[in-house]
Design a binder for this molecule. Structure first.
Ligand SMILES: [Zn+2]
Length: 90
């Protein structure tokens, strides 16, 4: 399953990360969606009316060693292994 970690310098044109908030472009449907790590501590899938086929997760904050990551494709309702995503970022 592909995994993309957002770059800390925000040099990517299709994503943005600020504090514990990150905007991701769903690699499946191309919609942009926002994930707030505070409100959604377990991340979220590409939300309706999107496709539900990617899952984004923000853990911690940009300025303090956090991660912002998106993985796909998933089955809508599937829950990726967040510990694995955290550990792979180290
Ligand atoms: Zn999508």
């Amino acid at each position: 399953m592909p995994v993309r970690y957002l770059k800390r310098d925000n040099s990517e044109k299709d994503a943005h990360w600020y504090g514990d908030n990150a905007a991701f472009t769903c690699p499946v449907c191309n919609r942009i969606f926002l994930v707030c790590g505070h409100l959604r501590p377990n991340g979220q899938q590409c939300p309706p009316p999107g496709c539900g086929r990617s899952y984004a997760y923000v853990h911690g904050r940009l300025e303090s060693g956090g991660i912002a990551v998106i993985t796909w494709p998933i089955t809508p309702g599937e829950f990726p292994d967040l510990e694995k995503l955290k550990n792979a970022a180290d």
